[in-house]
Design a protein around this ligand. Structure first.
Ligand code: KIV
Length: 266
């Protein structure tokens, strides 16, 4: 299977082929995902929630993102690797943003970066892609804006906000991004945005009419404790399997049946 590049991802929209995206935070998980033929592996700053035990993504640092991106890259042969720019890695100036995007490529071995986007960051996207680094936009619910929005709410339900998001998506395309994540917006709005731009949309909680879909791997395999958001489909219950295995190990150690002779050296 040949390497998934940015032109291949963009071409999928033209060919009406869905783009499959998943997050990963370590090499072992990335290898499993890569071997299935998933198109994009995103090292999301969601690692703050699912790996670091934080309740927000705001504390995730550049160094942590680079570390996880680098180890994920070791599990990938085919998928495109995108690194998520964390809070305050692109907000202070365009120069800082370009330098940090460059770190994702040079130190993290990423092939693109994702930026939670509002109107303030269009020039930043333009400058980063001008520097030769492909950019994925991200609109709708942007977890890095939680202090301003006051919570994780569905976006674009009101007419004016929906209109703003359609305009913003078009401006992100004009700024040179190669794709846009649409997070937690009504499905009709996602359809409208998807039809109005030439670059692919990748939805999470944005319904079936996007050009692709992304889920957090821990949610998909059922590692994340309940309750899960409405848009999550659990394809397995790995949390239950792990709990059962650990309980069996605990009991066998406590009653002396593990290790047996077959798990011991002569
Ligand atoms: O951080 C993340 O994992 C993300 C995806 C949910 C799109 O931004």
């Amino acid at each position: 299977m040949s390497k998934v590049t940015v032109p291949i991802i963009v071409g999928k929209k033209k060919r009406n082929e869905k783009i499959v995206t998943l997050t990963a935070y370590d090499a072992a998980t990335a290898r499993i995902i890569d071997e299935t033929g998933v198109d994009i592996i995103l090292v999301g700053d969601s690692l703050g929630n699912v790996i670091q035990g934080l309740d927000k993504t705001l504390e995730v640092t550049m160094d942590e993102m680079i570390y996880h991106t680098k180890i994920v890259s070791r599990g990938i042969n085919r998928a495109h690797l995108c690194g998520d720019m964390p809070f305050m890695s692109y907000q202070s100036s365009i120069e800082v943003a370009i330098r940090n995007a460059g770190r994702f490529i040079k130190d993290g071995r990423a092939e693109s970066v994702k930026i939670e986007t509002n109107e303030n960051y269009l020039e930043t996207i333009y400058a980063i892609q001008k520097a030769g680094i492909p950019v994925m936009g991200h609109i709708g619910l942007c977890p890095q804006s939680v202090l301003m929005t006051g919570g994780y709410k569905i976006q674009g339900r009101e007419k004016n906000e929906a209109k703003r998001l359609v305009g913003l998506a078009n401006s992100i395309e004009d700024a040179g991004a190669f794709s846009i994540v649409l997070e937690s917006i009504p499905l009709k709005l996602a359809k409208k945005i998807t039809k109005s731009i030439g670059i692919p949309t990748i939805g999470i909680g944005a319904g079936p009419y996007c050009d692709g879909q992304v889920l957090v791997i821990n949610d998909l395999v059922g590692l994340t404790p309940d309750p899960a958001p409405k848009f999550v489909k659990k394809y397995a219950n790995v949390r239950q399997i792990m709990t059962k295995s650990v309980i069996e190990f605990r009991d066998e150690v406590q009653c002396g049946t593990f290790p047996s002779l077959s798990h011991s050296y002569d």
